[in-house]
Design a protein around this ligand. Structure first.
Ligand SMILES: C[S@@+](CC[C@H](N)C(=O)[O-])C[C@H]1O[C@@H](n2cnc3c(N)ncnc32)[C@H](O)[C@@H]1O
Length: 304
């Protein structure tokens, strides 16, 4: 077996030499392409372009965009550079929808790596592109903003975009690099499937509104049944404390898991101070962080 193989490779080796014994032009260009391929891991890991403008506003240890960069999935863009694929951005006007599939497949997807608390510092007019999009209602699973709707981190945002346009396998490929990653797809499974059935952004908005109306109705019914004493119905007890401390119960809504959470929209004027603390300190379990760091170190070794 080995004999045959060696013979083949010898023959290949011979063919790559010219009559004067030097390596042929084709050999060098083939080798060049291979080296390019090894450096450009983005291509080998996902058959689609991923990019981000990184404003270095987040803790590098907790930054999902930086981790994707270390793993070779995503490329950095300069301020002034535009992106031709879908740009998932707080500056978007319409939401990602299944009709965006072709743009994503041909142009890829990009995000803006920055702090939610410092969006006003981002020169949105110098970044982005023709296809800037918001994401519809989805709940974050990352350890910093767990349970919060709309405020996803970069890897969740990219994964959400891929999942909505029908490339759930690309979403999984990205998220599996994070200990909590696949939970994002699990807690949003039903809703993602609903969005996948839509066509344009208007239909996604309608589906989102119907989902939110259903959630509100569920909350109303629970209140009516006086189910607040039933721990199984009210969900996360920590969130309950937040709710009972809240002066106005209307400030609270429920996520897909039935957790009570403070109402949020992208326009929310949450105190910069509070948000900064979330971005920089997070609420995560240190063990998770260590676990992620170990994974990252292993990955980094592989890349190097
Ligand atoms: C504000 S940054 C925070 C990144 C975080 N530090 C991390 O570790 O990934 C998250 C980015 O994901 C995208 N994103 C997340 N949720 C979004 C939404 N609901 N609509 C539009 N873009 C969103 C945007 O590009 C946004 O700038």
């Amino acid at each position: 077996m080995a004999k045959g193989k060696n013979k083949q490779s010898e023959e290949r080796g011979d063919r790559s030499r010219t009559s004067n014994g030097h390596k042929s032009k084709q050999f060098h260009s083939r080798k060049g392409r291979q080296e390019e391929g090894a450096m450009n891991l983005v291509q080998s890991k996902l058959p689609v372009k991923l990019a981000m403008w990184d404003f270095d506003q987040c803790d590098p240890k907790r930054c999902s965009g930086k981790k994707l960069e270390r793993l070779g999935y995503i490329k950095n863009l300069q301020v002034g550079q535009k992106f031709h694929g879908v740009v998932v951005s707080p500056n978007g006007k319409s939401v990602v929808c299944p009709d965006d599939k072709e743009i994503v497949e041909t142009g890829g997807a990009a995000v803006v790596e920055c702090s939610w608390a410092r969006l006003d510092e981002i020169p949105f007019h110098k970044i982005g592109g023709k296809n800037e999009r918001l994401l519809p209602y989805l709940v974050a699973a990352n350890t910093v903003n767990y349970g919060r709707p709309w405020k996803l981190n970069c890897v969740e945002a990219l994964a959400a975009c891929f999942a909505i346009v029908g490339h759930i396998e690309w979403a999984e490929e990205l998220l599996q690099n994070f200990s909590w990653g696949l939970t994002f797809l699990e807690i949003n499974k039903e809703l993602i499937e609903i969005y996948q059935q839509c066509t344009d952004s208007e239909s996604v908005n309608k589906a989102q509104d119907a989902w939110l109306a259903k959630l509100e109705e569920e909350v109303r019914q629970r209140k009516e049944r006086g189910s607040s004493e039933d721990i199984w119905m009210t969900g996360n007890v920590n969130r309950q404390v937040e709710q009972s401390e809240s002066e106005d119960e209307d400030d609270v809504e429920y996520d897909a898991l039935g957790n009570a959470i403070a109402k949020q929209t992208l326009d929310d004027k949450e105190s910069d101070q509070e948000e900064e603390e979330r971005d920089e300190e997070g609420t995560e379990d240190d063990n998770v962080d260590e676990e992620e760091d170990e994974v990252e170190e292993e990955e980094d070794k592989e890349i190097n």
